[in-house]
Design a protein around this ligand. Structure first.
Ligand code: ZN
Length: 218
């Protein structure tokens, strides 16, 4: 469980929280709380992911007998063992969201050989400088038939900053990739399917006229 303490409350999220879950949680808050909360939520989610990857909390020593490989590797010696990976502070990253610009503290991992270890955090989309809420807005407007130019103008008006069609185009290309994956991926299990058939009925209105029913035999 991921607990985030903010003034007057504590936000709790499941430990293995996805990018989508984080942004749908943040989206529930008003703008003032959003600006305060969004970086805290994302930073805490990133920190939780780093703890899970290294299988140890802050200040805990590395277990050198631990031979478990992880989903990250050193760019110098290619090690993928967490016993080789100490923590390496944070770097600052800016993300544009519907609530404005957010500054995040992204946890870093190094290798004991001195090499750089890249970690793909679920809480962040790797190369995007747009937050998940903007991605969701772009998806929604594309499905409504809006052009890239229209979306760019709307977002720039809302955010009072330049976004650029290239950034938006990258977001749309990522969408297309997701849609292709849906076309080619086999469903693990069939979802429940409900078929609704039409029921025809005759609506009778008083007109003063009479007509004998075909099936009527006096
Ligand atoms: Zn290394």
């Amino acid at each position: 469980m991921l607990s985030i303490h903010i003034p007057a409350s504590t936000l709790q999220l499941p430990g293995e929280v996805s990018h989508k879950e984080i942004w749908s949680t943040i989206a529930q808050y008003n703008l003032h709380t959003y600006r305060q909360l969004a970086p805290q939520v994302i930073n805490a989610a990133l920190e939780t992911e780093r703890d899970a990857l290294l299988n140890r909390e802050r200040y805990a020593r590395r277990e050198l007998s631990d031979t478990q490989p992880v989903a990250a590797h050193c760019h110098r010696c290619s090690s993928c063992f967490r016993k080789d990976f100490p923590r390496d502070g944070h770097y600052s990253r800016n993300l544009l969201s519907l609530g404005g610009a957010l500054t995040l503290r992204v946890p870093e991992v190094e290798c004991s050989c001195g090499g750089y270890v890249s970690v793909n955090y679920r809480a962040l989309e790797k190369w995007s400088r747009l937050g998940g809420d903007i991605g969701e807005r772009v998806r929604q407007r594309i499905s409504q038939g809006a052009s890239l130019r229209e979306i760019e103008e709307e977002l720039e008006e809302h955010l009072q900053t330049d976004i650029g069609q290239k950034t938006l185009n990258d977001e749309v290309m990522a969408l297309e990739k997701g849609a292709c994956a849906l076309d080619t991926t086999k469903l693990e299990e069939c979802p429940p399917v409900v078929v609704v058939d039409g029921i025809w009925a005759t609506w009778m209105v008083e007109t003063g006229r009479t007509k004998q029913d075909k099936g009527f035999a006096p």
